[in-house]
Design a binder for this molecule. Structure first.
Ligand SMILES: Cc1cc2nc3c(=O)[nH]c(=O)nc-3n(C[C@H](O)[C@H](O)[C@H](O)COP(=O)(O)O)c2cc1C
Length: 454
């Protein structure tokens, strides 16, 4: 009998954007430790593989102002994860940390420290960050082109690995006469000279329980996918719709084979929202209500302005789309937000056609075109769908993204997780003392826990 493929789940902390429903009566502070703690404990109750934090380098702006539903603070990822290590026991703690402005030795040190503090539960989502607006926050100034950012990212990860590997297991020795000391012959000096970095010296942190924190990747371009194939153990993707997810899965696993890695060395987890109802119709109704709460009148106008690149505040969101053309020549009015409207005029034409055909107002159109993939259904239909994706190799599981902070995941844990467990595709408890790599079922976990301490 062939055993069923197992589902892996990560919990994305809803935070600083307008997809978090701050008007929900259960929404609480996005920076109070109690919010993070509730979310983490709940994800751990649901046996999630890991908790996931995004990173924002700068508050995003539109027309020179911070959009009020968009951003309410960007606290530091590693500090939050370190605090969460103290109130959880099993769940992985994964932070998004960019490679464009950080320095490898410093970041490698912080991540190795998190791995020690959490006893082997740390993960690093490697991103390259998106534009010069973010870059302006950093003393280096200027910005790297897309391709250069990936060249730097690849060398960054390779160098971080070199640093983490520079302490052999058993490098810390207990000796009755002198106490505990570091065996110099088992610690290599790093002497790295590459196009991006020059680092020479001794890494200051002993080998951590996982040897390397688990490496996650979240860029979608060719270069991003190649980076994942070479270096990542988990990919966080935006390809959620079934056929698209399967195409992405095949693409990434093919790349993996081309660089000599096997398919089981990388997990692909698309992001997915969810709306649970008692019936299918109830779920659809709830989903509509959530989308309306997410796309407030101000958000609908802000969304259109990003494509039109002009002030549209005089338009009625319950009326037709603006009759003016997008301003493609002016400086961008939005800063810090990735939008992929390569040809705004063509996009606007297609939206006008759709609005006319389906009789959509501005707000209704924005709700339609800005809806990201997710599950809408009863607990059993959602569990069945998740299982189908995994058995049919469209994904290895999901990064689950709730609508509210911090209680948005509770329903999923209470109602969907038990059904996945009943199906025999999801754990009912963690393995005692497992590292994150082992929880994820990645083959590299055999190297974990080769401790340095005697
Ligand atoms: C699923 C996903 C999640 C991302 N999360 C972050 C993030 O939290 N912080 C960040 O600065 N960039 C994030 N990025 C953007 C990446 O940093 C990257 O700059 C961007 O995707 C451009 O690379 P690409 O062309 O390979 O996609 C994310 C990208 C994807 C696809």
């Amino acid at each position: 009998m062939t055993s069923k493929r197992q589902v892996h789940l990560a919990a994305h902390l809803p935070g600083v954007n307008n997809t978090t429903v701050w008007s929900d009566e259960r929404a609480e502070s996005q920076i109070a430790f109690s919010s993070f703690e509730h979310f983490a404990r709940n994800a751990e109750r649901g046996c999630f593989d890991f908790l996931f934090l995004a990173e924002g380098l700068r508050l995003r702006e539109q027309k020179g102002r911070i959009h009020d539903l968009d951003v309410v603070g960007r606290p530091n990822t590693l500090a939050i994860l370190a605090a969460l290590a103290g109130v959880t026991d099993h769940i992985g703690l994964v932070g998004t940390l960019q490679t464009t402005f950080n320095e490898p030795l410093e970041l490698a040190k912080q991540l190795a420290t998190l791995d020690h503090l959490s006893d082997g539960r740390a993960g690093w989502n490697v991103v390259t960050s998106s534009d010069a607006f973010h870059g302006a926050n950093f003393r280096r100034g200027g910005f790297l082109d897309h391709a250069d950012r990936y060249t730097r990212a690849a060398e960054f990860v390779e160098l971080a690995r070199e640093l983490w590997d520079s302490w052999d297991p058993g490098a810390v020795v207990a000796d009755a006469s002198v106490g505990r000391f570091a065996d110099r012959s088992r610690i290599r000096d790093v002497d790295h000279h590459g196009p991006q970095f020059d680092v020479a010296g001794t890494f200051p942190v002993p080998r951590s329980p996982q040897r390397h924190p688990v490496v996650v990747q979240a860029g979608d371009s060719d270069e991003g996918r190649d980076l994942a194939a070479r270096h990542a153990e988990v990919v966080f993707s935006l390809h959620t719709e079934f056929d698209d997810a399967r195409t992405f899965y095949t693409d990434v696993t093919d790349r993996l084979e081309r660089v000599g890695r096997s398919k089981d060395e990388l997990l692909v987890l698309p992001g997915a929202t969810f709306t649970i109802g008692d019936t299918q119709a109830d779920a659809k109704e709830r989903s509509r209500a959530i989308r309306r709460a997410q796309v407030s009148p101000a958000t609908a106008i802000a969304f259109l302005e990003q494509v039109w690149n002009r002030d549209l505040s005089s338009y009625d969101v319950d009326g037709p789309l603006p009759d003016v053309e997008p301003d493609v020549d002016a400086d961008a009015i939005t800063r810090g937000r990735v939008r992929h409207a390569k040809d705004p005029r063509a996009l606007v034409r297609s939206w006008r056609d759709r609005a006319a055909a389906e009789h959509l107002t501005i707000r209704q159109l924005v709700i339609e075109v800005s809806t990201r993939g997710g599950f809408v259904g009863t607990p059993s239909s959602i569990a069945a769908e998740i299982d189908r994706y995994v058995q049919e190799r469209a994904s290895d599981g999901f990064v689950v993204v709730p609508h509210t902070n911090p209680y948005g995941l509770d329903d999923f844990v209470d109602r969907v997780v038990p059904l996945l467990q009943e199906r025999g595709v999801y754990r009912s408890s963690y393995d005692e003392g497992a590292t994150l790599r082992r929880t994820l079922g990645l083959p590299g976990h055999v190297l974990d826990r080769q401790r340095v301490t005697a």
